[in-house]
Every structure is written in C-alpha cells, then in structure tokens.
Design a protein around this ligand. Sequence first.
Ligand SMILES: Nc1nc2c(ncn2[C@@H]2O[C@H](COP(=O)(O)OP(=O)(O)OP(=O)(O)O)[C@@H](O)[C@H]2O)c(=O)[nH]1
Ligand SMILES: [Mg+2]
Length: 285
Amino acid sequence: MKKDKTHIHWYPGHIAKAERLLKEKLNLVDVVIEVLDARLPRSSSYNDIKKLLGDRPRLLLLNKSDLVIPEEIKNWIKILEEETGCPVLTIDTKTNRNFNIIEKKVLELSEPRIQALMAKGLLRRPARVVVVGLPNVGKSSIINKLTKSSKTKTGAKAGVTRQQQWVRINPNIDLLDTPGIIPMKQEDQLRAKKLAFVNSVSENAYSSELVAKELLELIIENPKYTKVFKNYYELSDEIELSIENIALSRNWLISGGEPDIERTSQYVLRDFRDGKIGKFILDNI
Ligand SMILES: Nc1nc2c(ncn2[C@@H]2O[C@H](COP(=O)(O)OP(=O)(O)OP(=O)(O)O)[C@@H](O)[C@H]2O)c(=O)[nH]1
Ligand SMILES: [Mg+2]
C-alpha cells in the first residue's frame, strides 16, 4: 500500500502503549520535568499532562533557547507560568544556561511531598524526578548534563531512547536516567506540522517537500521572519520566498536547469533546524 505522505499520521496503537509507559514512569516520581522546544512553547507541550500527573508538581524547561530570541521567549515564560501555575525556565544544553537553577527548583517543588511523607513518620528520602517530553526536544541531552555523564544516548533523530535506572544527581535528588516519551496524538494538523518543522515527528511520517513548503508558508505570515529567511538565501524583497526561488538562488538544480525541489527542501529544513537561518518562535501568543 502506498503511504499517504500529504498528512502527518499518528498511530493509535503506538499512542496507547506510549501513554501506558509514560504513566508507569510518572507514578514513580515526586516531580516531573517537562521539556519543551523553545521554538514551540505551546505546540510542544502535552495537553493531557495534568490528567496524567494528578497532584505531582511540574517544572517546565524551554530547551534549545539558543535557537530563539531572548526577548521573544521572555513573553512566553510569563504566559506559560500563568497558564500552568508551574515554574518555567529557559535553558539550552549547548551553553548550560540556567542549569544550576534546575536542581534548586526541583527541590522547592518536591519539598511539600517529602514533608508529607515525613509527617506520616517516614524518613526523609531524596526527591524522585523524571524528565518527559516529545521526541527530539532534548530530554537525553538534559539527563546527560544533570547526571554529568554521557551514558544516556543522544541522537539527532526522533525516538532514539530505550531502557532505566535511578541516578543520584545531588544528595537530595534521584533522577530516572531514561525519559518519559510523550506520545503525539494531536489531531491538529497545524500543530503536527510545527512539530515536523523542528523534527519532533519521525521522518518517515511525512515528505520533506511538503514540510519545507509548509514551513515557508508559516514563515511568510511573519514579515520579520520572512526577511530573515530572504537574507539568508539571498532573495531580494520583490522575489517570493519559495522552495523554487531558494533552489534557483542557491543553484540547487537538476539536469536541465530545473530547481531541485527535493534536495532544496531537505537543505531548508536542515538549515532551519540547525538554527543557521536565524532564530524563530513558531507559535503565536
Ligand atoms: N540547538 C540546540 N540543540 C539541542 C539542544 N539540546 C539538544 N539539542 C539537539 O537536539 C537533538 C535531540 O536531542 P536529544 O537529547 O537526543 O533529544 P531527546 O528528547 O532525548 O530525543 P528522543 O530520544 O529522540 O526522544 C540532538 O541533535 C541534540 O544535539 C539545545 O539546547 N540547543
Ligand atoms: Mg532521547
């Protein structure tokens, strides 16, 4: 059967299993660290997390903040804190920005739960923490930094992480060394597309040509971002921002001099994901 690659598909069987695995991990811990992609402060969050968490406190980390403009993400911190009632930090695993604050926040969030155990006559124990998030948001990179080792595999593709154990990252914090992977089941195609732009959707779920085209369609809605793209690909103001025009400008052609749409689409996605073109937040406030 030929795959329909014009829509991004979610697989219900996989989702049920992923939700069960996630729930098992969440049940083990006092505090949940939810990792978001700073380029998608809303679209990379998990709608159903409150239901899964019960009364467990949550810390939100906007990772990959090296790929966004600091003033733009500041607005989102306020919005997310108001909407969720959870503390929010912008971090990135490249410069370790704000990493020293993570443990402090986790201790603050876990303390009421530890106190409640002690009130029942139990001895103080380290807070138990798990890192959760969508594919490719940087969960493994964050766990590696927190455990200060490279035991946990990191990779550029969606869905690299498998198997688990506790790592004591501080005398008062035990971290699960494997993350909880949040399943993607959004029926919302715009959100699905945005996740594909940042590579949070497995690459065989869609065609790069379509995703790159739709990325440009979204960028064109924002004049400032359009300018950044045009500067990068050396397109003048009067030329439309399109895959064809980027191919022609860059001389990415197939025999006969036609624009090489497939290769150009892949290059545009790569340049965008690597932050080469510029810094972008793709959700609207
Ligand atoms: N620019 C940038 N890239 C990052 C950052 N953190 C992680 N990455 C990159 O993002 C990609 C995914 O990182 P991982 O740590 O493997 O992400 P993950 O959430 O564990 O991914 P899965 O295991 O596939 O679910 C890798 O190529 C990392 O190098 C960051 O702060 N900034
Ligand atoms: Mg991983």
